[in-house]
Design a protein around this ligand. Structure first.
Ligand SMILES: *Cc1c(COP(=O)(O)O)cnc(C)c1O
Length: 301
């Protein structure tokens, strides 16, 4: 690993609800790895970085939108590894850069904007070949790290999860992180995946592609009803619950990923989804800088 992962805090939450339902709920604070870079993203990059260094690649190129946590993580990790980085960014070059793109640039990432229409072809072999010709000695990483290597890297997160854990919960974007958890799962453990996009019906197929295996319902539950209207959409109920989490537990969450995941898990505890005696770990995957796009005062933290 290019960054320290030992001694990351596991924060136990105390609440009358959890006592009443006889479950334990803790949060593995991957967000504490770095203030800007989402914790899970660095794990997903691990094997790509290792390969780029072994092959003596000049750098890495990857894909994302102007608010992509994956782009910042790649920019940061490449700088730490002494590699160059190039982002193929969806859309024309804006006159004002998003905080995300500014951070990418600060970490030395070269930003290569392409129109949205063209960007949709990003997974087409002809398109990739054109990019690869421009950056011949660069290793390609798919958008969001959506690749079996990304899942293998995310599996390293399981080394940080205490053995007695029965349920490991995470937010789902590309499903690469959830796939990694499944790859590293021990007997009697179960993954709870919370999609933050609407109509993400293909989570199972994604997991099969990423892990080259299929997992039974015994190992995986997908809580599909907590997207709050779709990706980066929010409701007052979500914002209130995030403020409450902070007030009660000093736990900051982001409204795109971890706020929705925590809401889903606590709601499921309330609805008796978890058997008595469950030891639940929620992954705080980071993403807190995404809250910068909210108006001041919406969140109490
Ligand atoms: C990207 C991201 C996720 C989702 O991870 P996937 O591997 O794409 O499913 C969850 N939380 C945060 C904070 C992220 O940035």
């Amino acid at each position: 690993m290019l960054f320290p992962t030992s001694n990351l805090p596991v924060q136990k939450l105390h609440d009358d609800l959890f006592d009443e339902k006889q479950v334990c709920l803790s949060v593995l604070r991957l967000d504490t790895i770095h203030a800007v870079v989402s914790g899970n993203k660095l794990f997903k990059l691990h094997y790509f970085l290792q390969d780029a260094l072994q092959q003596s690649s000049e750098g890495i190129f990857t894909f994302g939108g102007a608010y992509s946590n994956h782009l910042v993580a790649t920019a940061y990790a490449c700088r730490e590894a002494g590699l160059k980085s190039v982002a193929i960014v969806r859309g024309e070059q804006p006159s004002l850069f998003s905080p995300t793109l500014l951070a990418c640039r600060e970490y030395g990432m070269q930003l290569h904007f392409i129109p949205r229409g063209e960007y949709t072809r990003k997974d087409h072999p002809d398109f990739l070949q054109i990019i690869q010709l421009q950056y011949p000695r660069f290793l390609m990483i798919p958008e969001g790290g959506y690749h079996p290597w990304g899942a293998a890297g995310a599996a390293l997160i399981m080394e940080l999860v205490p053995d007695q854990t029965t349920h490991i919960c995470c937010a789902v974007g590309t499903a690469t992180t959830a796939s990694g958890l499944l790859l590293g799962l021990k007997q009697n453990q179960h993954v709870i995946a919370v999609p933050v996009l609407k109509n993400l019906y293909d989570v199972k197929d994604r997991i099969t592609f990423l892990t080259n295996r299929s997992f039974s319902l015994e190992k995986l539950t997908i809580l599909a009803d907590y997207h709050f209207g779709g990706y980066a959409k929010k409701t007052q109920e979500l914002i209130d619950s995030m403020n409450q989490l902070y007030q009660k537990h000093k736990l900051p969450t982001d409204f795109v990923y971890t706020g929705k995941m925590m809401f889903a898990i606590i709601d499921s505890i309330r609805k008796d989804f978890f058997p008595k005696g469950s030891k639940i770990i929620c992954l705080h995957t980071g993403g807190l800088q995404g809250n910068l796009s909210l108006k001041a005062g919406v969140l109490i933290f």
